[in-house]
Design a protein around this ligand. Structure first.
Ligand code: NZQ
Ligand code: ZN
Length: 406
């Protein structure tokens, strides 16, 4: 049992839980920056001759992303079929329809134009197209995806980081379920990240995206393996980027520097790097997914709303140190304060940031009552909450967090 001594802020601290072994591999090629779309056609042509072009409610037609992408496919002689209308919090019925279109038309690749909902739907279609059963099996873990059509993404919102991870989150409105799966084969082959494509985002989506990036980072940061010094310092850099650039992007939607930093931060918050060597329980995320499952709210809005309540619920003598470090290193909280005081200020600063970005802090603001709290808490709970969470949570604890958020 080794001891690592690390200098954080102005304090010496001793951490005694070691980083776990890990393997790190991300096969995604990222083309980042203005007009990087011009690389898309050649990238897709390396593997595909006919792609399904997946997009949502039409924002990509209004902001030019669709035309830019289609021009790329046409210039490289790649055939394409449109698949539009994918909804935020994508539904399994939409996935099934996409799988059917792929199978009937001999599609050999998927091009996703949009945010997390579009990319997640594309991932599930890509795996479903090479599977004989129902794609919902991946979400219930009845089947693990082992092969998928190659996926290309043109990202239009800095939020989920789905362009650089193997996760897909899909909803089943018939059963009020929102479930996820993780598979190496659905990590996108290539992603185009042009920050100018995010200029057209509505303020609410910009703010929700920033909260989501911060939450992905914090889910990894607030973990029981405290000796992951490099991961924690990188996590703080991502969090500081959000604190600085989120309000700037809201103030001036075409602030390229703010949009670019948020876009790169969103990929790095969830591409695995900040979580390597740690068990990550994704506590706030699963608690939020039940909110989206029952009330179809915007994921990042639910995340922002729950985060300060979760923080206050789990703040105690044992956890105060990590919250204090977060406050000192991300928000510049006074390092000479007693640890608990610095920790409380860190939580207050987090909440104030979200409020300043126009995000709600109470479920009642979204007309959500307490009628489903018990059911949601039971569905949200995972064994990892008691075995590997930063702060263990029982079903009752989750219910109490919902009540605090009311
Ligand atoms: O449908 P369109 O017209 O495209 O409009 C979208 C949608 O209404 C709009 N939008 C996106 N880019 C725009 C734009 N409007 C104008 N200009 C642009 N440039 O924004 C709305 C939200 O889009 P969505 O794709 O739903 O946003 P987000 O990226 O936040 O994705 C949320 C989904 O991803 C899941 C969430 O649970 C939710 O289902 N997550 C996926 C993760 C992953 N794959 O790793 C992790 C996350 O924690 C999250 O759970
Ligand atoms: Zn998220």
């Amino acid at each position: 049992y080794e001891i690592l001594r690390c200098l954080v802020g102005s304090e010496m601290c001793i951490r005694d839980r070691l980083m776990e072994n890990f393997t790190y591999s991300i096969p995604t090629t990222i083309h980042f920056g203005k007009r990087q779309i011009e690389k898309l056609g050649a990238e897709v042509a390396k593997k595909c001759t006919k792609v399904l072009v997946v997009f949502g409610g039409g924002s990509v037609k209004r902001n030019g992303v669709y035309d830019d992408a289609i021009a790329q496919l046409d210039s490289c002689g790649i055939a394409h079929i449109d698949f539009s209308g994918v909804e935020p919090n994508p539904k399994i019925g939409t996935v099934r329809e996409g799988v059917r279109v792929c199978k009937e038309n001999g599609v050999d690749g998927i091009l996703a134009l949009g945010g997390g909902s579009i990319i997640d739907c594309s991932k599930t279609i890509a795996a479903g197209a090479l599977y004989d059963g129902d794609a919902w099996d991946f979400l219930t873990h009845k089947a693990e995806p082992i092969k998928a059509l190659p996926i290309y993404a043109v990202v239009t919102i800095a939020a989920t980081g789905s362009e650089m991870d193997g996760t897909a989150v899909i909803s089943n409105p018939d059963t009020n379920e929102k479930l996820d799966f993780d598979a190496y084969c659905v990590i996108p082959t290539c992603a185009i990240c042009d920050p100018t494509y995010t200029f057209s985002l509505p303020a609410k989506q910009t703010a929700a995206g920033v909260a989501d990036i911060m939450s992905h980072t914090m889910e990894n940061y607030f973990a029981p393996t405290e000796d992951a010094y490099i991961s924690n310092r990188v996590a703080e850099a991502i969090l500081k980027t959000c604190v600085e650039c989120g309000p700037r992007a809201l103030e001036k939607p075409d602030d390229y520097a703010a949009r670019a930093n948020l876009m790169w931060a969103s990929s790095w918050a969830i591409n695995g790097f900040v979580g390597m060597g740690k068990p990550v329980a994704w506590s706030v995320h699963r608690i939020e997914h039940e909110l989206s499952a029952f009330y179809n709210i915007t994921h990042g809005v639910g995340i922002a709303l729950l985060t300060p309540h979760w923080m206050r619920y789990v703040l105690n003598e044992k956890t105060a140190h990590q919250f204090a470090q977060y406050g000192i290193n991300v928000f510049g909280v006074d390092a000479s304060l007693p640890e608990m005081e610095a920790a409380k200020q860190a939580v207050d600063r987090t909440e104030a940031l979200f409020v300043s970005m126009g995000l709600p802090m109470h479920l009642s603001e979204l007309n959500i009552g307490d009628e489903n709290f018990e059911k949601m808490a039971e569905k949200a709970w995972r064994p990892a909450y008691e075995t590997s969470a930063f702060a263990p949570l029982t079903v009752e604890d989750i219910c109490n967090i919902y009540k605090m958020a009311l």
